[in-house]
Design a protein around this ligand. Structure first.
Ligand SMILES: [Zn+2]
Length: 234
């Protein structure tokens, strides 16, 4: 391997390491943001469930109120039975009481249903509350974890950046501007090793001429734009 190829390979390896560190540095805040978004969504869900619980309780209370009215009506009608003026009035009162009692029984069933619904919604509310607490706890752990790693990762990135700058000295100065543009566009993929006499980024076969020039330590860009180098094994 020519010293240029060796230097380019070293530069490429360093750029790959730097990208890994940068990826890790970006991953933490991204995970935190995603978790925060999830908490917001869960809180909205909780709010909706709490509102539903309130409405369900109001509906059950209203039915209870109707039941009390119905009970006192039946009580009043029953009181009037003894003072009925005649049979017809008596029978009319009795059938009214029977109808009201039937309606009351339906109402009682409805109240039971309404109370079951209140219980069910209450369970849902509790579930979402537990979810929110769990995700908030996870978030705290994640934040602590990300913060604990951040300084080390930043130090590694700074050290690698210094090594990259040093390794970039292998590049002929006139190629540096184009190399910078490539790095902007492709990151560590700005460099591509030649594998089986082809560019490993686009798989185009090199002409014998270009291949020999690369082996001799010249610097060449592929038609795909990457800066090529020939590693030892090719
Ligand atoms: Zn290529």
């Amino acid at each position: 391997m020519s010293s240029t190829s060796a230097g380019m390979k070293q530069l490429h390896d360093l750029r790959i390491k730097l990208r890994e560190i940068s990826d890790q540095l970006e991953k933490g805040p991204r995970q935190i943001a995603a978790r925060k978004q999830l908490i917001e969504k869960k809180k909205e869900e909780l709010e909706a469930q709490r509102n539903k619980l309130k409405q369900t309780k109001i509906a059950a209370d209203n039915k209870n109120l109707q039941l009390k009215t119905s009970e006192s009506r039946i009580y009043d009608l029953s009181g009037k039975l003894n003072s009925a003026a005649n049979n017809r009035e008596y029978e009319a009162l009795r059938s009214q009481i029977a109808a009201d009692t039937m309606a009351k029984s339906v109402l009682e069933d409805e109240i039971l249903e309404a109370l079951e619904k209140v219980d069910a919604v209450q369970i849902e509310v509790k579930k979402v509350e537990i979810d929110v607490t769990a995700i908030e706890k996870e978030l705290q752990t994640l934040i602590a974890d990300v913060q604990a790693k951040e300084a080390g990762l930043k130090a590694s990135a700074a050290a690698l950046e210094a090594q990259v700058s040093e390794a970039e000295k292998v590049l002929p100065p006139d190629l540096v501007p184009q190399y910078r543009r490539l790095v902007q566009a492709y990151g560590s993929d700005a460099l591509a090793p030649v594998v089986n006499k082809s560019c490993s980024a686009c798989y185009v076969s090199l002409t014998a001429q270009v291949y020999l020039e690369l082996r001799a330590g010249k610097t060449r860009f592929c038609t795909c734009g990457r800066l090529m180098y020939v590693p030892d094994e090719d």
